[in-house]
Write a protein that binds this ligand. Structure first.
Ligand code: PEP
Ligand code: MG
Length: 893
């Protein structure tokens, strides 16, 4: 940025498409202003200015003058001067980043009030009480936010005055009491900052602006961004807006509204209203609100106007909007709108509703939902029964079924979760400081606040189960317990169950049932029948469209007939990874152990002979479940430590036996063999193709079992499509040796069985060297499947078994990466290797088939990457198959 830049925009100068520059709130205030809606005038200081401030430790030189010009224009529009002693203009100073970060950053209201203008405000408003209440709110917010004073000090002083007056309600305090509160607040400011509360209005405003910039880096904002994958350098805009007052009496108020139910997507009037209240009172859930529909009886004019504006906004944005508004003496003012957060269920339902209303098309409906939302809908829900006892019913703020031990503070939630407990965070109401506890908890339960309270909004954003406003519960966070209406007391550590879809709360563990979406995928619900609810019908239509538009095929990782069949019902088009080592667990493990430790050819052959019929039967059943679809069978790839006895344990056992005089020759031989085969780094050791090359006959046995099973299926009228995959190849020579042996075995079986089955022979690309020499490897492989788990492990040099527990939390905290590279593909590093291999592989063999079977195959972000680099398919666990189908569709649009 250079001099001459514009750092400040009037609301009338921007539009909803300028979120990056003006922040979400600023861009939408501009949009509403330009739509001619009743928005109080104001201006927005850009995110550029915030970035400049954070980078240079001060504001750009021109900012002061630009703010001055826009303030002058605002004063002119309002016919008042900021902080004027006789008739003050007051402003709000609010944060507003490009990505929504509810409650994470700061806001200061009533800027412009001081010892003189408070009198002027009293006269203009005709209420001393109102003016002094506004002043005390300013000092309280300013003191906490701008001056960094502990907010509790103000709360305590305020409570003290109420106690002295023998009341618990703010509304019982008159102007004199509030004047007293102001005096006490000012003393707190003086004591804690060594200076008086600033009286100069412009200084108040400038300090508040800088405090909003600073709040970008507050702890809770940093945690929230990390979790939501919001870039840490985006910065926030600041909106300076003429104040309107919802606390001027019972003909005033403030509220929050949604154009549809953000919980279920149902059409209707949704929101909360609070009479005679200001600003954050509703969102903070401090006093209980009335349903928005009640506004009709309170102020029909304002209600009708609001309904008109809501329907206009919904058509304009072509989406569910959420709205903050204030009524000042029967006059409606719009303070904010944005495309509203919603539950996963509502996202699907609203998307198809909007299609039916002609506002969007099916492509757009697919773009409007995400794989993560679909995954949430596949969670089970509670069913009646069990021994749990219902305690109460609160509001269904964010759906899902959560069971856990009640905890009453965020610290406890985090600590207990770290030791492996499932917890439910129980609070009277939450505030932004509770964020870490909400992340750690399975669910959140509050006794106060509506569906738009902090707890509800944040939980919905996280996809976390939440019941709020369970008013019958008396929550005592100090004593770490709550009391239910029947008198039962729930102490910290007692198990409770909460249902975010119905708002019910139980003592004890409630049994759960599968989701209707899963039942639909399982074929138990026909989407065209009466049984299908609106959600199932929406999911069916949206996934159907995603299937039509996607280019990527979706396969599954499965190694049992049951998983194969389920994945097929869920829409998998074949198997992309059948891990044969998973077929050797349980009883069969000893055969593998014998094979690996065999000292003679005879011993080895005996072990192979025992395994072969078992393998043949496995493949037969899987080919049957996936009849007509490709089945990629990966030859054995066990890290040895997973199959051999633990060296230390065995040594101890043998030593103890010897000491007790039991000499066991077999055990001693086993110990010697285990010692011989012991590896310090088994994940980098004798696995995959290396094992196939070192243990004669092993891979040949597997290939024979595959070929015989395929012939048997074919003779029985089936259509088996085997694809044989060699793991952990790093050099084409490894692959060539196994390929030669495999082709020989296949020919042998096909000749003997007088049967020919089409199939492919290919390899995994999971060692960096394989990616770098992919052109040569493609000469011997008909397909590549990227094993991004190992490829990530070996590219980063991170042990996939250890790092997540060992130090990833520190890496995440320090922002070295925003998400584990084992979870979501590292495009720049591991992704680069994938791109290199795709290009070189296809250049060498144009019809090379390309897929991915690492965990990333079911991760939404990664699916988009695999689409972009031109793979043919992704393969993932059965439950992720619908997610991958949806995301593959979204990637294609
Ligand atoms: C991989 O490495 O990505 C892979 C699919 O193989 P495994 O996870 O079995 O090592
Ligand atoms: Mg692997």
């Amino acid at each position: 940025m250079s001099s001459g830049d514009t750092w400040v925009y009037d609301f009338s100068q921007g539009s909803k498409d300028q979120k990056d520059l003006l922040g979400g709130k600023g861009a939408n205030l501009a949009e509403m202003t330009n739509l001619g809606l009743p928005v109080p005038p104001g201006f927005t200081i850009t995110t550029d200015a915030c970035r400049y401030y954070l980078e240079h430790g001060g504001t750009p030189d021109e900012l002061d003058a630009q703010v001055g010009e826009h303030l002058a224009a605002l004063e002119k529009a309002m016919g008042k001067t900021l902080g004027d002693a006789a008739d003050p203009l007051l402003v709000s100073v609010r944060s507003g980043a490009a990505a929504s970060m509810p409650g994470m950053m700061e806001t200061v209201l009533n800027v412009g009030l001081n010892d003189e203008s408070v009198q002027g405000l009293a006269e203009q408003a005709g209420s001393e009480r109102f003016a002094w209440d506004s002043y005390r709110r300013l000092i309280q917010m300013f003191g906490k936010t701008v001056l960094g004073i502990d907010g509790e000090l103000f709360d305590e002083a305020f409570d003290e005055v109420k106690r002295e007056q023998g009341t618990e309600s703010d509304l019982d305090l008159d102007a004199d009491h509030l004047r007293d509160v102001v005096a006490r607040f000012k003393a707190i400011v003086r004591d804690h900052t060594g200076r008086d509360f600033p009286q100069e209005p412009r200084e108040q405003m400038d300090l508040a602006i800088n405090a909003v910039f600073d709040s970008w880096n507050s702890d809770r904002a940093v945690i929230y961004r990390r979790r939501e994958r919001i870039p840490s350098d985006a910065g926030t805009a600041v909106n300076v807006c003429a104040m309107v007052f919802g606390n001027l009496g019972m003909d005033s108020g403030t509220g929050v509204a949604f154009t549809r139910d953000p919980g279920s997507g149902a059409q209707g009037v949704y929101g909360d209203y609070l009479q005679n209240a200001q600003g954050e009172d509703v969102v903070a859930g401090i006093r209980n609100t009335v349903p928005l529909a009640d506004l009709r009886g309170i102020d029909e004019g304002a209600y009708d106007e609001l309904m008109g504006i809501m329907s206009r906004l919904e058509s304009h944005y072509r989406d569910l909007c959420d709205i903050e508004f204030t009524v000042e003496r029967n006059k409606l003012w719009m303070l904010q709108t944005r495309v509203g957060k919603r539950t996963a269920e509502a996202a699907f339902v609203i998307a198809t509703q909007l299609v039916d209303e002609g506002l969007i098309d099916m492509d757009e409906a697919v773009r409007r939902v995400t794989g993560d939302q679909l995954a949430q809908l596949m969670f089970p829900r509670f069913i009646a029964g069990g021994n749990a006892r219902q305690l109460t019913q609160g509001m269904n703020a964010s759906p899902g079924a959560a069971v856990g031990k009640a905890v009453f503070s965020s610290e406890t939630a985090v600590a207990w979760e770290e030791r492996g407990e499932q917890v439910i965070l129980v609070r009277r109401e939450t505030n932004p400081d509770d964020l870490s506890g909400m992340i750690a908890a399975r669910g959140v339960l509050t006794s106060r606040g509506g569906k738009t309270s902090h707890a509800a909004v944040v939980a919905r954003g996280m996809g976390k189960t939440c019941v709020c406003g369970a008013e019958e519960l008396q929550v005592d966070t100090k004593a770490r317990r709550f009391t239910a209406p029947d008198g039962s007391v729930v102490e910290e550590g007692d198990v409770i169950s909460i249902d975010g879809s119905t708002g019910r709360v139980w003592l004890g563990e409630v049994p759960v049932e599968p989701s209707s979406v899963v039942r639909y995928f399982e074929g138990e619900i026909d989407p065209g029948s009466e049984d299908a609810d609106e959600l199932v019908r929406s999911v069916h239509r949206i996934l159907g469209h995603a299937d039509e538009v996607r280019r990527l095929d979706v396969r599954t990782n499965a190694d049992t007939p049951e998983d194969s069949a389920r994945a097929r019902r869920f829409g998998a088009h074949g198997i992309g990874l059948c891990r044969t080592e998973h077929m050797f667990l349980g009883d069969r493990r000893r055969h593998v152990e014998k094979l690996i430790l065999a000292e003679s050819d005879d011993d080895r052959q005996a072990a192979l002979d025992a395994l072969e019929p078992l393998q043949r039967q496995d493949f037969l059943e899987i080919f049957e479940a996936m009849d007509g679809l490709p089945v990629t069978v990966r030859l054995l790839d066990p890290p040895l430590h997973e199959f051999l006895p633990d060296l230390t344990e065995l040594s101890v056992r043998v030593a103890v036996a010897e000491a007790e005089g039991h000499h066991d020759e077999g055990q001693l031989r086993l110990l010697a063999a285990v010692r011989r085969m012991h590896e310090e780094n088994p994940m980098l050791g004798l696995r995959g193709v290396r094992l196939g090359l070192v243990v004669p006959g092993l891979f040949a046995m597997q290939v024979r079992a595959i070929a015989e099973a395929a012939c048997e299926r074919k003779k029985a009228g089936g259509d088996p499509r085997p694809e044989i995959m060699i793991p952990l190849v790093g050099a084409v020579q490894e692959l060539e040796a196994i390929r030669e042996e495999s082709v020989r075995v296949l020919t042998e079986v096909f000749e003997r069985e007088r049967c020919e089955v089409d199939g492919l022979l290919g390899t995994m690309i999971e060692v960096p060297r394989a990616a770098l020499t992919a052109g040569e490897i493609a000469g011997s492989a008909e397909f590549f499947s990227f094993g991004t788990n190992d490829l990530t492990q070996m590219t980063w040099g991170f042990s996939r078994d250890d790092v997540e527990a060992a130090f990833f939390h520190a890496y995440l905290d320090k922002g070295i990466f925003g998400v584990s590279p084992f979870e979501s593909i590292d495009r720049d590093g591991v992704g680069k290797l994938v791109e290199i291999a795709v290009e070189a592989g296809r250049a060498a063999r144009p019809d090379l088939k390309l897929g991915v079977c690492g965990e990333h195959g079911g991760d939404p972000e990664s699916v988009h990457f695999f689409h972009d680099v031109g793979l043919d398919y992704v393969s993932c666990s059965p439950f992720r198959v619908p997610v991958a189908r949806l995301e593959a569709g979204r990637a294609a649009l």
